[in-house]
Design a protein around this ligand. Structure first.
Ligand SMILES: [Cu+2]
Length: 180
């Protein structure tokens, strides 16, 4: 499709010049010539408009990928203030399902704003609710679980933390590495 659009677009000026320069002796043929030009233009615009955008193609391809499952525990049953594991690694362009669980008796956050800015979030599922669009941080109440389905887009080293007073200080931090 893209190929034919490129071809038509490339040859469009030439095509129009050919139609305009076509020698027409009879005056009654001129309206036909005009309609022909108009038709060519309409055809080109409709072809261009029906071409799926790059973003559409990208998301369709990504949705075909089975997500890599990664589970991170926010705290544990002994109420230790840490992420388990606290070192997460992702690759750009791959689809992930990050399962977050909170087996502790305390509320925790999964906060990694710079990381979240560099990913494409497909959805976050928690309970019977599915949230679409950009997500920046998640709060998990005791016993809660959530699934964050996303594709990392930007490589880098990002910090992860739980900003509840005392938790970051106690070591509830982590590092997220996204590589190409
Ligand atoms: Cu916490």
């Amino acid at each position: 499709m893209l190929c034919s659009v490129t071809k038509i677009t490339k040859h469009l000026p030439q095509l129009l010049i050919t139609i305009f320069n076509f020698h027409i002796s009879s005056a009654w043929l001129q309206p036909i010539q005009r309609s022909l030009c108009f038709l060519v233009l309409i055809l080109c615009f409709s072809v261009i408009n029906s071409t799926p955008t790059l973003a559409d193609n990208l998301s369709k391809d990504l949705l075909k990928q089975a997500p890599t499952e990664i589970t991170v525990s926010l705290g544990n049953s002994a109420n230790e203030l840490k992420f388990e594991p606290n070192n997460l690694e992702f690759i750009t362009g791959k689809r992930y399902n990050l399962r977050l669980t909170n087996p502790s008796q305390l509320k925790h956050y999964f906060t990694a704003k710079d990381f979240a800015d560099g990913i494409w979030t497909q959805k976050v599922e928690a309970g019977k609710v599915e949230i679409k669009g950009a997500i920046h941080e998640l709060e998990l109440k005791p016993g809660a679980t959530a699934e964050w389905v996303f594709v990392p887009l930007k490589s880098g080293k990002y910090s992860l933390r739980c900003p509840i007073p005392g938790h970051t200080e106690a070591g509830m931090t982590g590092v997220i590495t996204v590589s190409n």
